[in-house]
Design a protein around this ligand. Sequence first.
Ligand code: SF4
Length: 263
Amino acid sequence: MNISRLLDRKSNGFSILENNKVFWRTNSLVTYKRCPLYFKLFIIDQKEQTLDLPRNIAIAHGIIVHRAVEFLLRSYLFGLNGSTNRLLLEVIDNTIAEILEETNNVENKKLFKDSIEYGYLAKKAFQAILSLNQKIIDVESVYLYENDKFILKLTPDVILSNAIVDLKTTSKPLSNLYIYDDYNWQLSIYASLFGVEKSYFIYVSFADMDVRIVNNTEQKNKTEVLETINKLTDKVLRSEYEPRKNPLCRFCKYQSKCSLFNK
Ligand code: SF4
């Protein structure tokens, strides 16, 4: 297995390594916890993951906002604050072009919003991060955590001096947010393994053109987190891929292959 492929932020991030250790990307681990059957069909059977537009347009919006916020934070860290407007729009346009190239259909361009809208929301999210009044330690980097059973690839959006921040984009109004257990658990993994006390979601809403900071109140401690990951690792090594009903079943593209759906 090529290590640079494993470390790519976009990789699926699941492999069983030569020494029988499991390599997880946090997203894959969360997917397996939510529904082992979905994980099998989506991550193991479908090796190449490409953006499927228009179906995945919400993911594309998320990628653009993440890139734009990353750019603003890195510029801030390098003291470029104030001279970044034009460059920000360039980053957004380049990200859209990259996604269009990947999906190989220029007609998909109509699905995207105006670059100024993405830029406006990214700036609001950036200001929300600054309002937490903590030192910015790192942005959109890849880390590895290893124990005797697994290697976990961690890709936190933002690490602050005593908190982790996860950006979420949504087409819903901020008054109608539903935070899935998966999201809380993913933030608990980051916060506990990075040894910080707090974790926050910053919700970016295209419906309201606004952002909201949400404190993760369901945070688990490091022992609980590692116990759960060890159990999931043992389970995947036994090739257990049973379906598990969850709030995302109604959006699942594998409903026709699932014995639990419609029950
Ligand atoms: S419908 Fe639900 S339980 Fe069935 S595979 Fe999809 S996510 Fe899993």
